[in-house]
Design a protein around this ligand. Sequence first.
Ligand SMILES: Nc1ncnc2c1ncn2[C@@H]1O[C@H](COP(=O)(O)OP(=O)(O)OP(=O)(O)O)[C@@H](O)[C@H]1O
Length: 724
Amino acid sequence: MTSSPPALSDALSQERTYHDACRTALAALVDGAREEVTTGQDVSASGADAEVLGRRLRTRARDLRELPAGPLFFGRLDFADSEEAGDHAGQSYHIGRVRLAPDPSAPPLVVDWRAPVARAFYQAGPHDPRSVSVRRRFGWAPGSRGDSADLTGLEDEHLEEADGTRPSAVVAAEIERPRIGPMRDIAATIQPEQDDLVRADLTASLCVQGAPGTGKTAVGLHRAAYLLYTYPQRVRRGGMLVLGPNRAFLAYISEVLPTLGESGVRQSTLDDELARHPVTAWDDDGTARVKHDIRMAEVLRRALYARVRPEAAHPLTVPDGSYRWRVSADELEEIVRGVRAEEPSYAAGRERVRTRILHALRQRAERRTGPRGETWARKVSRARPVTALLDAVWPVVRPEEVLADLLADRTPAAVPGSRTGASSGACADPRTGAGALALAADGLLDADERRRLLRTGPARSARTARWSAADLVLLDELAGLIERPAGYEHIVVDEAQDLSPMECRAIARRSPFGSLTVLGDLAQGTTPWAARSWPELLRHLGKRDAGVTALTTGFRLPAAVAELANRLLPLLDVEVPLSRSLRRDGEAAVTRAGDLGAAAVAAVREALGQEGSVAVIAADSRTAALGEALAAAGVPASGPDTPGARVTVVPASAAKGLEYDHVVVVEPAAVVRAEERGLHRLYVVLTRAVSRLHIVHHEPLPDPLLAGPLLRGPSLTAGAPEHR
Ligand SMILES: Nc1ncnc2c1ncn2[C@@H]1O[C@H](COP(=O)(O)OP(=O)(O)OP(=O)(O)O)[C@@H](O)[C@H]1O
């Protein structure tokens, strides 16, 4: 219930005064942190302590200093003075993006939204008040930099009164606000089902399926912030990684975590994580499809372990002063077979063979001359004959060598003098005449698939080879087989529906013991290998036990836009749950035009008459011409990497995850034609609009459904229509 006007203005001025006190406390904290950095280093017991303490204090000072300017709280909880309220009985807490306390032992002026006590702010309701008597939400002037005068309204819900709650105008205003600039945090308005996901336990891997605009990205980022707050030691030590689909998307989301006080999180694309080399080769779709197929994992494993050749063992003689220690070829062969059966990583396997050879040599030496020390062991295990033997039976390899040989169908250069008699530089297995690919793919890939993998053009070595994007995924797989990478404690994977099985394995390798938050929408899958079911993808990610949760409330799309976009859903051949649009405003329009450039310019001009960001989205091949048409008309436009721009031209392939107030989609038929899953791409493109979608076309619309009568504006929303 909103307070009556006089009470409202009293309450407002009290809250403004409280906010002033918070500002003063923050300024003192920033100054204090700066001083602590200086004194903290001086009072430390040792240089090492000083360094650790100094680093910690400097980080804290920087985090406080760099906290983006803004209101210091957005809500307040008043707990009932009752027994059930326990320690909170009769207490009030202001809730904000970060905790604010004059000193660590004093009661906080503002409680962090992630603290356990703040949970009631998101979860309490008339059916479950959680001992909260009043939940207060604050209305701040849009774009406020935290001036107390910007506190313009407040809204109280009396949770213990039967009619004490109604839809929040503060929440509605936040959801419907114009979207200029990068993505903002949603700490003030997280919804209960989102909060459940945000606060799930660190050890739980989650998968969230959600229609466009249901807040998946927002949930993933707030979950990252929550985990960093709740498990600071563990998550900071183990590491947190946020993976997004492309750099434009990362630029768009980059400010959310810093606004929540978390500045050190790595935000990256999987491509960037795998970029051992620049991409200088391109695969056709068929070849890329084979390279991304899960069977390649076994092909690569075989190709790598084909380098382990127990049968290449030769008798070993190691000189040691006046002695010569000998190990027979049979015993060495046995050692190599034994280690291979234990399936260590490739590099660890080589070292394990070395250790076992040393053990055999030590037994012989000690039998004759008594115990041998560590210095002896180090010398013997590195003796040239031992290393030469290892090079024959378990050679050092680089991923590039294995893949270059595989794609050229060459067997690796064998070491001369081995028992098999293979000679250096051989091009095929001397016993069978088969090359590396034929051997590794036997029974896994058919002749056509193998042909697709085979490199054409001049033979290249590992050093001079050119690598495609899919090759980088394969190189990463090999690198992971050779040496297991260090894992992250938690990885948030956005737009996960687009991952291939081999890409999933790259992520799984980075999270062998950690947990994942997997976010996506099967209907938005645009890669040729896009997932059609979550359990399968989760299996490739190594998290088959992760629960799949659907988010079904749409925060982006107005009903008119959602209704139009959803006409495509029956054509997309995926099963996704229905969602419900929260948006009452918005509009969709379709214009047929002779001159598309002129029509797009006109649509943009019309959109510029209103508040908010404007995007022109078209097939990639058409964006340059559209940019020129806009420039010629005196409407400068940026690319999608510049989140703050008023007008942006976005290639359809880069639109994923982004949103704009007004979206002008130019020639949908060309978007569909440009790629195999073009209808899915069009669905992504049509679902970027926060307020208004304007389709401009010349060719017939790709599906007759799109040409049907349009729903219009607010009349749509009666009864919040189910649109899936
Ligand atoms: N609880 C909320 N309160 C206010 N705004 C919200 C809330 N949840 C989501 N939003 C807003 O809705 C918009 C869409 O959210 P987001 O981009 O996270 O959705 P998504 O499910 O990842 O969409 P897509 O699948 O299209 O990428 C964003 O502007 C986000 O800030």
